[in-house]
Design a protein around this ligand. Structure first.
Ligand code: ZN
Length: 596
C-alpha cells in the first residue's frame, strides 16, 4: 500500500461534534517554509465561502514529533516554519452545513467535498495526492461511496484512494453512511445511484429513467469519458440543488420528488428531479471537460471571472430539458411546456432589461450568488436567459445554414476540438466558433442578446417552425407559464406584484416587490409583514390571493402591515397582471417536425 508524497488521512471522528479529524503528511516540504491553504470557493458554485473558517486546532510537527510554528498569512492560508524533514499537519473540520457545496457529518452519515477537507500544499498541486478514508469508529456498518480512483479499499469502500493532482482531488465528493444504492449500465459503463436520508424511492423506475437519459447523452457525444459515474442523492423534507463533478454529482432533493412504487405518469416533481440529474450529468461534458481555460487549474483563493457562463450554464439548462425529450421521458407537449416555463422565468424579471447575461456571468460572485430582495428588478439569470440565448443561437445557425447546421454541431465541435483534447476555451472563443458553424458572422447576435439586454425575437423564430409563441397574464397563483388549453382560465387572477410567504406568526411576509406593481405603488417593501386586508386578519398568501380573486382592476384594498415594529396602513389599487407568462404550442405539425 503506497501512499503519495502528499497524503491525507480522514477520520469521521466525532459525530456529535460534527468533526472530521484530518492528518496531512508532506514528504518534501519547502525547506524555506511550506505554505498551505484551503480554497475559498468550490468550482461550480461561484461564491467566496471561506471554507477555512471551519478548520479547528491546526497543528504541525516534524518527523521527530517536534512541534512546528504555524503562521497565518491571511484568512485562508498559512506557513510552517522552515523544516528539513517530512511534516505532519493535523486539524479538525467542522462539518454541519447540509449542502452539496461543503461538508456535513452526524451519527447518520458523513459527506464532504475536498475543498472543505484537504489543505492545498503550495507549489505541489500538480503532484499525485493520496487519501486514506478511515471507517467511522462509532458505526462499523457504514459504507463509503466516491469515484476517487481506488488503491486498496475494503468491501465497504473505506481505504486508500489516489488523485493525480490537487485539482483532481477536490473534484470527488465522498458520502459515508448506511445509504441505499442501485446500479445501471449506460454506454457500457457502470453508473451507481445512492440515496441518503429517509425515502421510499422506487429504484427500479429511477434507474430505468436515468439509464435512458444517460444513454441519450452518451450517444450524442459518442463516448462516456469516465470509468464509472456516481449520483449521490441526499433526500430531505424540502431541499433542492446539485453540483457537478467529472465523474459524479452531489444532489439534494425533496424525498417527495423521488418516484414511488405504483407511480404511473411521472409527477412534475419527479420530472424536475430528472431534469436536475440530466443537468448535472450533461455538465460532465459541458464545464467539467469543455471549459474556460481559466477554470482548468483555477485560483481557489479569489474569484475567477468569466463572461462565458451563458454557455456553460445556459446550454446545460437548455439541453437538460432537451435530453428528457430525446430520451423519451417527456413528449412534445411537455417539452414545450418546460421550454415555456424557462422563457417565463426570464420575462418575469424586469432586471433582464438592466443587466446583460455577460454581466450576470461576470458578477455572479456578488449578484447572482448573493441575491437580495431587489434581485428581480436588477439582475437576470445566466441560467435561464443563457438557455434562451442558446435556443436563439440555434435558430440563427439554422437560418444561416438553411437548416443544415444546428446548435448540436456547435456543441459537438466544442467536445471534439476542446473537451476531448483537454484544451480550455478563451473568452469569446465560443462566439467565434458559432460564427464558423453558421458560416456567417454572428457577432451582432452576441452584441444584441449577450452583451445587450434586448428581448430575443422568439415569436418570429418559432413561427418558422410552426410553433406559436405568445405572452399572456398569470392565470393563478401557481402559474409559471406554458400553454393553457382552456383560455377562459387565464382571466381572473390579480396579483400584487410581490412574492409573499407565510410566517410563524400567522401573518404574511413580503419577500420581493416588483417595480411598478400594485404593491410597489402602494409603498409596500420587502420584509414588511402584512397582517390585515380590508381590516380582516390575513394569515397566509393563499388568503390574500382569495381576496384578490373577488376584486376587479381599479378596486382599492386597505392594507395594514408592520414595517419593523411600526404599524402602517396603505391603499392597494388592484390591477391586471402583466402579460409575462410564455405560452408555446404547435400550430403546424409539418413545419415543427424540422425542429422537434
Ligand atoms: Zn449547472
Amino acid at each position: 500500500m503506497t501512499i503519495s508524497a502528499i497524503h491525507y488521512q480522514v477520520l469521521p471522528a466525532d459525530p456529535a461534534g460534527h468533526l472530521f479529524q484530518v492528518v496531512l503528511q508532506i514528504q518534501n516540504p519547502n525547506p524555506a517554509g511550506q505554505k498551505f491553504s484551503l480554497p475559498t470557493w468550490i468550482p461550480g458554485s461561484y461564491m467566496i465561502r471561506d471554507f477555512a473558517k471551519n478548520i479547528i486546532d491546526l497543528q504541525a510537527v516534524d518527523s521527530a514529533e517536534n512541534s512546528l510554528k504555524i503562521t497565518s498569512l491571511d484568512k485562508t492560508s498559512w506557513c510552517i516554519e522552515p523544516c528539513a524533514t517530512p511534516v505532519r499537519i493535523s486539524y479538525q473540520v467542522y462539518a454541519w452545513d447540509l449542502s452539496v457545496r461543503t461538508a456535513h457529518f452526524d451519527s447518520t452519515h458523513g459527506f464532504f467535498n475536498g475543498t472543505s477537507m484537504f489543505l492545498q500544499v503550495a507549489g505541489q498541486e500538480q503532484n499525485q495526492h493520496s487519501v486514506e478514508i478511515l471507517p467511522a469508529p462509532h458505526n462499523q456498518i457504514w459504507l463509503c461511496a466516491t469515484t476517487l480512483p481506488k488503491v486498496a479499499v475494503n468491501p465497504q469502500g473505506f481505504g486508500l484512494y489516489r488523485a493525480e493532482s490537487y485539482f483532481d482531488l477536490i473534484d470527488f465528493p465522498v458520502e459515508m453512511g448506511t445509504f441505499d444504492q442501485a446500479t445501471f449500465i449506460a454506454g457500457g459503463k457502470e453508473h451507481k445511484i445512492i440515496i441518503t436520508g429517509k425515502h421510499d424511492c422506487d429504484f427500479e423506475r429511477l434507474t430505468k429513467d436515468l439509464a435512458k437519459i444517460c444513454q441519450a447523452q452518451i450517444d450524442f457525444f459518442g463516448e462516456a469519458p469516465f470509468e464509472q459515474y456516481l449520483f449521490m442523492v441526499m433526500a430531505t423534507g424540502d431541499g433542492y440543488g446539485g453540483l457537478e463533478h467529472k465523474d459524479s454529482t452531489a444532489l439534494i432533493c425533496r424525498r417527495d420528488d423521488l418516484p414511488f412504487v405504483g407511480m404511473e405518469k411521472p409527477t412534475d416533481d419527479y420530472l424536475q428531479f430528472l431534469e436536475l440529474c440530466s443537468h448535472e450529468y450533461f455538465h460532465l461534458w459541458n464545464v467539467k471537460r469543455i471549459l474556460p481555460a481559466k477554470y482548468q487549474n483555477p485560483d481557489l483563493a479569489a474569484p475567477v471571472y468569466t463572461d462565458m457562463l451563458w454557455w456553460f450554464e445556459g446550454a446545460t439548462s437548455a439541453y437538460d430539458q432537451l435530453f428528457l425529450y430525446r430520451a423519451g421521458i417527456i413528449d412534445t407537449d411537455k417539452y414545450l411546456q418546460l421550454m415555456a416555463k424557462q422563457m417565463t422565468s426570464v420575462y418575469r424579471m424586469p432586471g433582464r432589461l438592466l443587466q446583460s447575461v455577460a454581466e450576470s456571468s461576470f458578477h455572479t460572485w456578488t449578484k447572482f450568488y448573493q441575491q437580495a430582495e431587489n434581485a428581480p428588478n436588477s439582475i437576470i439569470s445566466y441560467y435561464s436567459k443563457g438557455a434562451l440565448i442558446v435556443l436563439g443561437l440555434d435558430f440563427e445557425i439554422r437560418k444561416a445554414s438553411e437548416n443544415k447546421k444546428t446548435i448540436d454541431d456547435l456543441l459537438l465541435k466544442l467536445w471534439t476540438d476542446f473537451g476531448a483534447k483537454n484544451i480550455g476555451l478563451a473568452e469569446g472563443e465560443i462566439e467565434q466558433i458559432a460564427s464558423e458553424i453558421a458560416g456567417t458572422d454572428l457577432s451582432w447576435f452576441f452584441d444584441q442578446y449577450l452583451r445587450g439586454t434586448e428581448d430575443l425575437p422568439f415569436a418570429d423564430w418559432l413561427a418558422e417552425f410552426g410553433i406559436e409563441f405568445s405572452l399572456r397574464p398569470q392565470a393563478n397563483s401557481t402559474d409559471l407559464g406554458g400553454f393553457i388549453p382552456d383560455s377562459s382560465q387565464a382571466i381572473s387572477f390579480y396579483n400584487l406584484g410581490a412574492n409573499l410567504r407565510a410566517t410563524d406568526n400567522q401573518s404574511v411576509l413580503v419577500a420581493n416587490v416588483w417595480h411598478e406593481s400594485p404593491a410597489y405603488l402602494a409603498g409596500i417593501a420587502a420584509q414588511d409583514e402584512i397582517i390585515a386586508i380590508n381590516e380582516i386578519k390575513v394569515k397566509t398568501p393563499a388568503q390574500i390571493n382569495g381576496i384578490l380573486a373577488r376584486t376587479r382592476p381599479g378596486c382599492e384594498l386597505t392594507c395594514h402591515f408592520f414595517r419593523r415594529d411600526e404599524l402602517m396602513q396603505t391603499k392597494i389599487i388592484v390591477d391586471n397582471p402583466p402579460a409575462d407568462r410564455v405560452s408555446l404550442r404547435v400550430i403546424d405539425n409539418k413545419k415543427a417536425e424540422r425542429y422537434l
